[in-house]
Ligand binder design. Structure first.
Ligand code: GDP
Ligand code: MG
Length: 175
């Protein structure tokens, strides 16, 4: 089912989390290698892909980017089903986005596959002055919810590649 051809694999990953936490920027950084300050709200759901080689296998990574707005909730729900990995993103400068992690987890529990791999990402780790959620608090929340955890920055590229690599490896281990 996941295996399209000999040695070729299709990995479906999804990004969720409140608006403006940096979901689109993280995807953009990973796919195009750049950071764009301009804010373009994601409407509904958007899609990008990147092919990589991992342990001699050719992987096509599909990235589903969602708009965090409630009005797109129903569209998004249908994508949870096919996701093999989910990045749940909050913004370390925005405590509200961190509080909403539990709310997003409920969506995952309701709609995603039971064995989906979930990473909690605390994004905008480059923001030292404006940080409001310390790393240990994010880490503790991830431990409580039994999720993998990383702090990232789409701006400085901190842990972006690492997040995708660790996610991909975990997903591949389940195929
Ligand atoms: P989304 O709504 O979750 O897709 O968020 P966006 O990717 O559109 O980003 C929202 C805003 O946050 C934009 O102005 C981005 O430039 C900014 N942003 C995203 N990631 C980072 C980051 O890692 N560091 C900083 N300083 N700003 C970021
Ligand atoms: Mg977006």
């Amino acid at each position: 089912y996941y295996k399209t051809m000999e040695n070729k694999f299709l990995i479906k990953l999804m990004f969720i989390g409140d608006s403006t936490v940096g979901k689109t920027s993280l995807i953009f950084r990973y796919v195009h290698g750049i950071f764009n300050e301009m804010y373009l709200a994601t409407i509904g759901i958007d899609f990008k892909k990147r092919t990589i080689e991992l342990q001699g296998k050719n992987l096509t990574i599909q990235l589903w980017d969602t708009g965090g707005q409630e009005r797109f909730h129903s569209i998004t729900q249908s994508y949870y089903r096919s996701a093999m990995g989910i990045f749940l993103v909050y913004d370390v400068t925005n405590p509200n986005s961190f509080c909403n992690v539990e709310k997003w987890m409920k969506n995952i529990e309701q709609s995603a596959k039971e064995d989906v791999v979930i990473f909690l990402l605390g994004n905008k780790a480059d923001c030292i002055e404006t940080r409001r959620v310390i790393k240990d608090v994010g880490k503790a929340k991830a431990a409580e919810l039994n999720l993998d955890f990383l702090e990232t920055s789409a701006k400085t590229d901190k842990n972006v590649k690492k997040a995708f690599e660790e996610m991909t490896k975990k997903v591949m281990a389940k195929i």
